[in-house]
Design a protein. Structure first.
Length: 396
DNA sequence: AACGCGTGGTC
DNA sequence: TGACCAAGCGT
């Protein structure tokens, strides 16, 4: 039961919220970033472009996304075009951007909209949430930005801003419910999309994370912040919000990789299973890189390992060289060191006859001239670069 | 709830 | 160099 006092406080809060919201929208009208997926003020964005950009931007910087966004639009200008593409074509276009399940889910979502929604883009948050790869943030963002509906949009930027604004004491993720409540009060019925994008711009340029970016101050620039008037965190150390738990140390792993080039200039590739690390992407044959392995002899030298079978088969007949330099790569949760071996002049016909069927079925022969276009993750591009430097053999 | 999932940039 | 960060999602 709200007492008279309670009601009064609530009214005061709401009017303060409206002021703050209006400040943010006004700030956006004159300071917003000009980005490829944003429409000029007053124009409604294409939902397909909004979805595409939002998914690409998940855990990914604006600068990294820009060229991929343009390339996708050039290849597939409409949702229908993307849905009609093959998964491999989509993976090729996504190669290098990371978090590859996004590409598979995006493709699947496009197909679902074409089939289950008859090509009519869902404009309700709860419907968008059902699509693969679209979670709470993306569903709210698309709802607000593409369809002008009210939605409470929370990404890491907005989370940080609100945690500071309301001086939320809890540690993430426990702080999320309080953050949502505060933001819900601030979110306007009209222009919720502009409001969300405004906060993300403010998070990028003003209410920055503790670590500074190039050319920017390490401390939040509260003096020019449109939220400063109502901000609680500003009176303490804003960079101390949001409170976060400590992260685990990254593990180190090792493995081996083989560049196998045939006498007719094809290179052996394998495709990763759809689920898990680098799902659906093309790799050169590798050992496993199990967690906790310390030495190369610890690798599971399984009798059915494709890589070991290839090495055994050709060690005496082909031109083989183990490079004296490794490829180092950092994934999200472990570091990998890959020893690289290059073999050239391999007789493909000999291999067809000698290799067991189940191993042979794993090999995809790629013409060297087409290697650059394959759906290869960055870690394999590094392998190519190293081999080129040592042997001067590949193309790119 | 906590973890698996990429990559490039910055200090 | 190690650690942290960037418009999160799925399980």
């Amino acid at each position: 039961m709200p007492s008279e006092t309670k009601r009064k406080i609530t009214d005061t809060d709401n009017s303060a919220c409206m002021d703050m919201t209006q400040h943010v929208l006004n700030w956006y009208d004159s300071h917003r970033r000009d980005l490829p997926w944003r429409m000029p003020p007053g124009q409604r964005a294409d939902p397909y472009k909004v979805m595409l950009s939002e998914i690409m931007l998940q855990q990914t910087t604006v600068e990294a996304v820009k060229p991929y966004f343009q390339r996708f639009l050039a290849l597939w200008p409409t949702l229908s075009d993307l849905a009609a593409a093959s998964q491999d074509e989509v993976m090729k276009a996504w190669a290098g951007l990371g978090y590859y399940s996004r590409a598979r889910n995006l493709h699947k979502a496009a197909q679902m909209i074409m089939t289950e929604y008859a090509g009519q883009f869902p404009d309700q948050e709860d419907e968008l949430l059902k699509l693969p790869g679209i979670g709470s943030y993306s569903a709210a963002a698309i709802t607000a930005i593409a369809f002008g509906r009210r939605a409470v949009v929370i990404d890491a930027n907005i989370e940080r801003i609100i945690a500071r604004y309301a001086a939320i004491p809890e540690t993430l993720p426990a702080a999320k419910s309080a953050i949502h409540a505060v933001l819900d009060n601030l979110t306007p019925n009209e222009r919720a999309g502009d409001f969300a994008q405004a906060l993300m711009d403010i998070g990028s340029r003003i209410c920055t994370p503790p670590r500074k970016k190039a050319g920017q101050l390490s401390q939040p620039q509260c003096l020019i912040c449109p939220l400063a008037l109502g901000c609680q965190g500003r009176h303490a150390d804003p960079s101390s919000w949001p409170r976060k738990p400590a992260k685990r140390k990254r593990a180190r792993r090792r493995g081996e990789v083989l560049i196998l080039i045939s006498d007719d200039n094809h290179v052996a590739l394998t495709r990763r299973p759809d689920q898990g690390l680098l799902g659906g992407m093309m790799l050169f044959p590798t050992t496993g890189w199990p967690d906790g392995s310390r030495r190369h002899v610890d690798y599971p030298v399984a009798a059915n390992s494709l890589l070991w079978a290839l090495l055994d088969m050709y060690q005496s007949t082909a031109d083989q060289q183990r490079l004296n330099q490794s490829v180092h790569h950092i994934f999200s949760h472990f570091e990998l060191e890959l020893k690289v071996t290059v073999m050239t002049g391999v007789r493909r016909q000999l291999m067809q006859n000698a290799l067991a069927q189940d191993l042979l079925a794993q090999v995809i022969w790629c013409p060297l001239t087409e290697l650059a276009g394959e759906a290869m993750p960055s870690v394999m591009r590094k392998v190519v670069t190293l081999a080129e430097a040592h042997r001067g053999l590949l193309l790119s």
